[in-house]
Design a protein around this ligand. Structure first.
Ligand SMILES: [Zn+2]
Length: 418
């Protein structure tokens, strides 16, 4: 396939806004021609990368609202998740992918149960994703077969746009022998680690009490970060943690909506960037957000740190745009996407610039972060393929998925109260 988006504004790699056209051949950007366009009515930016999610939790949207993390997990989330079937996960994944595509997101890092079914459902939508089999080991002994399953999943999984990484849920839900064994296996697998880190003060302090070190230091000492990784939340990470993350090429995934909704706190993002840590953005799951809207995450990230530090100069719009695009692509080992440049994959988000809240436009980067909405996205392309077009997902029967979501939601929540 070949096409050209003409007379558009372009968000270019060197933190520059251009105007002109972008051509696609096959799955790659084949040409970018810059020329003056007086009033561009559309903007093209790299597809957004949601670097931490539990996409199938769309079925649990809003579940447990108002509870702090530990009670939220134990009282609201785990009882419903115990009822989830592989087909539920596939349905929730598809529904979440439709939401993300409609908001310009082209790639997601997903952590959830039944990853084969979820991964297949994600691949069927055409979106890109890094999926994983979650390593969980509550008791002193490893659950039979779980480690082997995690390893097999990485070895066997390959579905074009969807790839597999290694994963443990967190230090507090995974025992040390399991972590050591997974780190040993990863000397061969050589995949980055997807993990939750220092989300709450309580979790961070409990790790210090258990191991005499922070969660990041604990994971690093076990060898689990030897092939890099991406750590969600990092709300209570220290300067020492940032030094380890930089050295080990571990990305900090900022989840401002989730951290505020669960009352977990504010990750020290400007400080992490100053320490040389790669920072990306994620929505987290739909029960702690309660949507998969990366424009909202950009907006919040740009605002909360200025308020927290009393300093309007921190996290300028370009820093936030990088977090939502190329930094996320780097975290997921996808050097072929995340930027509008010739030769990169044509993962594109096309925005309508004519709506009242987007006019006039003095500074497009600023406008995208502070004023644009996910609903301004007109088209989303992955590998040059049009997957969302003005309210329609050409390859997906959205009405039947929506009906399926309602049926499954009713069953899950009627069962959960029994
Ligand atoms: Zn999470």
């Amino acid at each position: 396939m070949a096409f050209e988006l003409r007379d558009v504004a372009l968000v270019l790699p060197d933190r520059r806004i251009g105007t002109g056209s972008l051509a696609v051949e096959g799955c790659h950007i084949s040409a970018i021609r810059e020329y003056p366009v007086a009033v561009p009515v559309r903007a093209v930016l790299p597809g957004l990368v949601n670097c931490h999610g539990h996409t199938a939790m769309t079925l649990l949207r809003g579940c447990g609202s108002g509870l702090p993390l530990k009670r939220w997990l134990e009282e609201a989330i785990f009882p419903v998740e115990a009822k989830l079937t592989p087909d539920d996960v596939a349905c929730g994944m598809t529904w979440g992918a439709l939401e993300m595509l409609a908001g310009g997101t082209t790639c997601v890092a997903d952590m959830y149960d039944f990853p084969r079914e979820g991964g297949r459902a994600l691949a069927a939508t055409g979106m890109k994703g890094n999926v994983c089999r979650v390593g969980l080991a509550f008791a002193a002994d490893n659950p039979p077969g779980r480690l082997e399953e995690c390893i097999r999943f990485v070895e066997e999984w390959s579905d074009g746009r969807v790839v597999a990484d290694i994963c443990i849920h967190s230090e507090y839900l995974t025992n040390e022998p399991f972590c050591r064994a997974l780190a040993e296996a990863n000397r061969t697998l050589r995949r980055p680690l997807h993990v939750h880190v220092s989300e709450t003060a309580e979790e961070h302090k409990a790790c210090l009490a258990r191991h005499g070190k922070t969660p990041i230091a604990y994971l690093a000492d076990l060898g689990l970060l030897d092939c890099g990784g991406y750590a969600a939340h990092c709300v209570h990470c220290t300067d020492g943690d940032f030094a380890i993350m930089r050295e080990k090429r571990v990305t900090l995934v900022h989840n401002p909506s989730s951290n505020m909704k669960l009352g977990s706190g504010f990750a020290r993002i400007p400080e992490a960037l100053a320490a040389g840590v790669n920072v990306a953005l994620g929505t987290d799951g739909c029960a702690s957000n309660d949507n998969l809207n990366m424009f909202e995450e950009m907006h919040l990230a740009a605002l909360v740190h200025k308020g927290r530090l009393g300093d309007p100069t921190v996290l300028p719009a370009w820093d936030v745009l990088d977090m939502a695009t190329k930094n996320g692509a780097r975290a997921l080992g996808r050097s072929d996407t995340g930027e509008l440049a010739v030769g990169k994959k044509a993962d594109l988000c096309v925005l309508n610039l004519t709506r009242p809240h987007l006019k006039p436009c003095a500074d497009l980067a600023n406008l995208l972060v502070y004023s644009a909405q996910a609903s301004d996205v007109e088209q989303t392309y992955v590998d040059g393929e049009l997957l969302y077009d003005r309210g329609v997902w050409p390859a997906i029967d959205a009405a039947s998925i929506r009906a399926d979501v309602e049926i499954r939601h009713s069953r899950l929540f009627s069962c959960a109260s029994e």
